[in-house]
Write a protein that binds this ligand. Sequence first.
Ligand SMILES: Cc1ncc(COP(=O)(O)OP(=O)(O)O)c(N)n1
Ligand SMILES: Cc1nc(C(=O)O)sc1CCOP(=O)(O)O
Ligand SMILES: [Mg+2]
Length: 201
Amino acid sequence: MGLEGYGHLTALQLAREAIAGGVTMIQLREKNAPLRQVLTQGVQLRELCRELGVPFFVNDRVDVAILLDADGVHVGQDDIPGMEARKLLGDDKIIGISAGTMEEAEWAMENGADYLGVGPIYSTATKQDAGEAIGTALISAITQRWTVPVVGIGGINTENATVIIEAGAHGVAVVSAITKQHKPLLAAQTLARTVQTAWLS
Ligand SMILES: Cc1ncc(COP(=O)(O)OP(=O)(O)O)c(N)n1
Ligand SMILES: Cc1nc(C(=O)O)sc1CCOP(=O)(O)O
Ligand SMILES: [Mg+2]
């Protein structure tokens, strides 16, 4: 999630609703705001996550993750390499790495990924440079080869989350399926229940 307002909710209020609905991880993904604002609001978001017992991640920026004492960082193929991030973060933090192909997954694993974000599974309006949708085949290929946790990302919602889990993903990462909904708490609740049901089947 970014730091902009979400309808009548602030980013902090939205995160609280999402967690109340069953979201188990929050990632601060802010591409545009001034660094000072990111740090100020990031501290509030981190505190909320600590209060509610949910891991707090920072997207892209290892320096921000360190300053906010986040639980981890998520980096893509064009971001700081996982190996370099590890040197800065130490062994106690979690490093997630994106992969959209098997080659990218191999690179991510060589770079010490603690989990993989695989996508874009479906087309998405949230990330302009996400590229073509890849479907679920890569999730299956990766989870057959490695035991590292995999989350599907990109265009995932309540309607299609089940097939992501059935393909082998451990979870789903979403933006608009919660942030763009009129009732984010309810949206998170429905999505979390869908994923939990898929785990059991
Ligand atoms: C969980 C998760 N998976 C993938 C991404 C995408 O990261 P990246 O490819 O670096 O793209 P940006 O999010 O930085 O635009 C992610 N953020 N989270
Ligand atoms: C941040 C991000 N990363 C992607 C990837 O493919 O790596 S797709 C994506 C956008 C996810 O937003 P939504 O749930 O609204 O589609
Ligand atoms: Mg990135």
